[in-house]
Write a protein that binds this ligand. Structure first.
Ligand SMILES: NC(=O)c1ccc[n+]([C@@H]2O[C@H](COP(=O)([O-])OP(=O)(O)OC[C@H]3O[C@@H](n4cnc5c(N)ncnc54)[C@H](O)[C@@H]3O)[C@@H](O)[C@H]2O)c1
Ligand SMILES: O=C(O)[C@H](O)COP(=O)(O)O
Length: 528
């Protein structure tokens, strides 16, 4: 069945065409994002959801999203998506981190000019027939100091444009390296220094617990009298009420805001001041940027839904379209090794150790580890998948350790999964043969050679004569046909393992009977 995607925001129709061209069914309902009840009602019909900032992907929406595999944000900020809830549900969240950066940087520069020359007010006055030539006295930007808070993709483009305008650019960004600052021609400063020196301050950070109210009343009080403030990043970076007071007192000469604490902003403490300019979250709204982000998100979502390739996901490592087919059989192996161990482990798991030997060590092991953990926990938690597994393991206090050794041993690639509980430590190893099928090659240090089958019986016993005959008779008496039979032992008369593939489900009574055979230590049905 072809995957189905819902576009619930005003994306460029270019996205619709991409989905169609890739063979994906698409519903384009650009106003639906604002109707959360309707969205919750229909989201269960879709494998993918493409959004901008109007659609809020809440736990309630996700709870109804039974088929959803991917949320694609045609833009940068994913603060309208509950990432932990999406991850817990196994939904990939991806964005397009660069497609609208230039456009947004240009909006910030436009806002700075509009503030410096009071263009909106002058326009309104002129068109009202007033010709107030003496009312509007602007400031020149050349040689002024621009303070950038957050000098990432957009901040550094703003810096580049401002340098072109002959401004002095200073930046506060704890993650900006001195080398990068030098490369882009900005002076890296501390926040207080920026506040004291900047004639114009522009914000370009995401909204996090650390950046919320980065321009608080206290910070605004430290700014230069006559400062102008531009926010084209996120509402909440500036304390709007404190800024309104500073505008009132004349300490701040003007403010230009594209983003607000509450959006859509129909009322706001900043509204009504003559020296405030507001736009309705238009930073990314140019034909070019919207085309970029729509095309990119549709390509990324299609690649994931059709080929398992992951790019720009905020909750999973990237997997390219070339890597995806190489990873696929090892993801299956890792998940099945995890499942094997999970079906045999009844007590609380403390640690999972996964070792990658040989060629597999060169692949994206994060994805393989996630698959192994998903397989391991699935017997206890049916809904888990590779996306949600790491966070669920963390939540349960399970330590996940990974080791890679690129030198191959007996096999070109080998994955060994070790589960440690309070009472025991159990390891199982597997590989992928040339036919692409995963095999079990070692259980608890005992060599075996078996495929993972839909119905299996796993038996550990003491290596004594007579076991195989009695065991096979019990299966025969129960009318259960043996498809394959793998045996292994650590030494003559030591510990032995039988891994048997059978046609049909293993009845519980049969498991009890096998368990009672002399020399049997454990009998357990397994399903893959
Ligand atoms: N108005 C719009 O329409 C619009 C459009 C695009 C992006 N945005 C927003 O613009 C913002 C910046 O986007 P970007 O693509 O440049 O992001 P980015 O991740 O490239 O850059 C963000 C920068 O902020 C810095 N930062 C993080 N925490 C900080 C802190 N505590 N103090 C100072 N700096 C800090 C980071 O180190 C990084 O360099 C985001 O909030 C994004 O959502 C808005
Ligand atoms: O984070 C972003 O990309 C911007 O805020 C743009 O949001 P929009 O797509 O709703 O215009």
């Amino acid at each position: 069945m072809a995957p189905r995607v819902l576009i619930s925001d005003a994306l460029s129709p270019a996205a619709v065409q991409i989905f169609k061209d890739r063979g994906i069914e698409v519903d384009f309902q650009p106003a639906l994002g604002k109707d959360k009840d309707k969205l919750a009602e229909i989201i269960g019909n879709y494998d993918g959801l493409a959004i901008r900032s109007a659609t809020k992907v809440t736990p309630k929406i996700l709870a109804n999203a039974t088929r959803l595999k991917v949320v694609g944000r045609a833009g940068i900020g994913v603060d309208n998506v509950d990432i932990p809830a999406a991850t817990a549900k196994g939904v990939i969240v991806m964005n397009t981190p660069f497609g609208n950066s230039i456009t947004t940087a240009e909006h910030a520069i436009a806002m700075m000019f509009a503030l410096a020359r009071e263009i909106p007010a002058a326009d309104a006055s002129t068109q009202a027939g007033k010709w107030e030539k003496n009312r509007f006295m602007g400031v020149e930007l050349t040689a002024k100091t621009l303070g950038i808070i957050g000098c990432g993709n957009i901040g550094s483009i703003v810096a580049d444009r401002a340098i072109g305008l002959k401004m002095k650019v200073i930046a506060f960004d704890p993650f900006l390296s001195p080398e990068r600052a030098k490369d882009i021609g900005v002076e890296k400063v501390e926040l207080d220094d920026l506040l004291a020196r900047a004639d114009v301050i522009t914000l370009h950070t995401p909204l996090t617990d650390k950046t919320r109210n980065v321009l608080s009343a206290e910070a605004i009080a430290k700014t230069k009298k006559g400062v102008r403030i531009v926010n084209c990043a996120r509402g909440g970076l500036v304390d709007e009420a404190a800024l309104a007071q500073a505008l009132e007192s004349g300490h701040v000469a003007g403010a230009a805001f594209d983003v607000f604490i509450t959006e859509p902003a129909t009322e706001n403490p900043l509204f009504g001041y003559p020296n405030v300019i507001c736009t309705p979250h238009l930073g990314a709204s140019t034909t070019e940027a919207q085309e970029n982000v729509a095309l990119q998100v549709a390509e990324q979502m299609s690649d994931y839904l059709l080929r398992g390739a992951i790019s720009n996901a905020v909750n999973f490592p990237s997997i390219t379209a070339e890597e995806a087919p190489k990873l696929k059989p090892f993801i299956e192996l890792a998940e099945k090794l995890g499942s094997f161990a999970g079906q045999l482990t009844d007590t609380d798991i403390q640690t999972v150790r996964i070792t990658y030997d040989g060629a597999v060590a060169g692949l994206k092991i994060k994805a393989l580890t996630s698959a192994a953990v998903a397989g391991l926990l699935r017997p206890a938690l049916a809904d888990i998948n590779v996306v949600s597994a790491p966070s669920i393991a963390k939540e349960r206090g399970i330590v996940v350790e990974e080791t890679t050794r690129e030198i191959a041993g007996d096999y070109e690639s080998l994955i060994t999964l070790t589960v440690i509980t309070e009472k025991m430590e159990r390891s199982i190893s597997g590989t992928v043969f040339a036919d692409g099928r995963p095999r079990i090659v070692d259980i608890k240090g005992i060599k075996v050679d078996a495929e993972f089958a839909p119905s299996m019986l796993y038996v550990t016993n003491e290596d004594r004569p007579g076991f195989v005959g009695r065991f096979a008779s019990l299966l025969g008496d129960a009318g259960l046909n043996i498809a394959t039979f793998a045996l292994g032992r650590d030494r003559q008369g030591g510990d032995a393992i039988a891994l048997v593939e059978v046609d049909g489900k293993v009845p519980a009574e049969l498991v009890d009977k096998v368990q009672q055979l002399p020399s049997v230590k454990q009998a357990k049905p397994l399903a893959f």
